[in-house]
Design a protein around this ligand. Sequence first.
Ligand SMILES: [Zn+2]
Length: 361
Amino acid sequence: MKLAGVVGHDRIRTILSRALERDRLPPALLLSGPDGVGKKTMALAAAQAALCETAPAPEPCGECPTCRRVSAALEPVRLQEQREEADRHPGEDEWRNLRLHPDLVLVEGWWLTRTGRPRPEPEIRVGQVRSLVTEVAGAPFEARRRVFVVDDAHGMNESSQNALLKSLEEPPPRSHLILVSSRPQGLRQTIRSRCQVLRFGPLSRSAVAAFLAERHGVPTEEAQLRAALAAGSLGTALDFEAEGYRSSREGLLTLLEKVEDLDALDRMTQAEVLEQAEDPALVLTTLRSLLRDLAALRAGAGPQALLNADVAGRLEPLARGPLGARAGALAESAAGTRGALRGFANKLLSFDLLVDALSDN
Ligand SMILES: [Zn+2]
């Protein structure tokens, strides 16, 4: 993986490439920014460059045995094997420190508790960090450098963060720590202040659409729809299924067109239908995109500015009605409901409240 292969983020790529070329990669970096924009990919590309046998150079060569070994370890199948192996040892923290090369470790959080129960968010446990701290203090085995990438670093619990501080206070000369996080505020200030921070912004809509079309062969119209809905996240755009979206959207448009006439019982029934959808998160993303469009139309935007430009004809009358006046606030409620569902909020109750809010009752 080369730095040049990461979509967008030219300024960050330049900073990293220059540092690598001068053999001055900082001992501790924090790559922060929204999910799915390429932070981890950039971190791993920089790590590979630091280990590459042609280093110091602005990019990994991609050809030397070290580069080939790292690339092979990053194949999705191989990563999945390591994760599954870790899940067979739920009580042994350091199994989730995935070794991609003797001198390159990718630390991920655990989705399981020690007793094997699923967690709502992954957790990086103290045993992982202790093992990391020991390794960071050591000399490289084979390469010139050692790199430790900590994905979703905000998943470090209190004791993990305390344990990590030690490494950040006395960074050894040939080890590098790269923290990756979409929620850096979940990291202690003492950790953040010891890292050089590189902030990733969302990707532009056109960059996401071009990537989908050029590298994944997605037809232009669908690429634009996906890019519009992904809010600058390539990860979201790749996961997105346009067909599922369209059918979910049809149901929601029909609901919005009649929502003000529903009585209390109808509203409860509608909430149940939404709650039982195959992918409630997709329902909420879709609903939010429709409400955003209504708010935009109400504010005088033209149809070409809409996320759902292809159904502008059905959105326009809604935007002129009472729903249009409340659409901006409702879009935020839909986003809030989506956030709540990621925790263990009562799903049906959340949808009940949302449908009531839509109907203004
Ligand atoms: Zn190489």
